[in-house]
Design a protein around this ligand. Structure first.
Ligand code: HEC
Length: 134
């Protein structure tokens, strides 16, 4: 029993939210989204949303790549302010997805601007899974 117990803990850890990321903020957000109904965060679905284009009410074509660029490992450029946006990929920019406050704030703002509405929890979970893999 004394020997088995740590293995049980290890397995429990592997199959909880922690399996998604070695990143506490991402795990926390995914747990929140899952509690709210996002059954299975799907990185492929996240990629599809990331690349999808939407037409805004002013007729402009918008996508997540409009500001973040096509390569998440490269810097992007804000379409309006022309300011540099550091790479989104956590593998090259460890600050990314490191704070739940930033994830919440920018999902809210960027989904509204790009898609014209807030993203659903299913969309956010999938986007997060996708970005986190980069
Ligand atoms: C109009 C420009 C613009 C568009 C379009 C845009 N973003 Fe962003 N995004 C930004 C800016 C600016 C920041 C914050 C700047 C920074 O942290 O360097 C940001 C930050 C983020 C962050 C925060 C990452 C972190 O933890 O630091 C996420 C997540 C994000 N964007 C997701 C998205 C998604 C998903 C879309 C498409 C639905 C999108 N963005 C479209 C401008 C944009």
């Amino acid at each position: 029993m004394i020997i088995i117990f740590p293995f049980v803990l290890l397995l429990a850890g592997l199959f909880s939210g922690a399996v998604w990321a070695d990143n506490a903020a991402v795990s926390e957000m995914l747990d929140v989204y899952i509690q709210q109904g996002a059954v299975q965060p799907d990185a492929q679905a996240g990629k599809a949303i990331w690349l999808k284009t939407f037409i805004a009410s002013d007729g402009s074509i918008r996508s997540c790549t409009t500001c973040h660029g096509n390569d998440l490992k490269q810097s992007g450029k804000h379409v309006k302010t022309k300011k540099l946006i550091k790479p989104m990929a956590p593998s090259v920019n460890p600050d990314r997805l490191s704070k739940t406050r930033n994830i919440r704030k920018w999902f809210r703002r960027n989904c509204k601007w790009t898609i014209g509405r807030e993203c659903t929890v299913v969309e956010k979970a999938s986007l997060l899974a996708f970005i986190n893999q980069q």
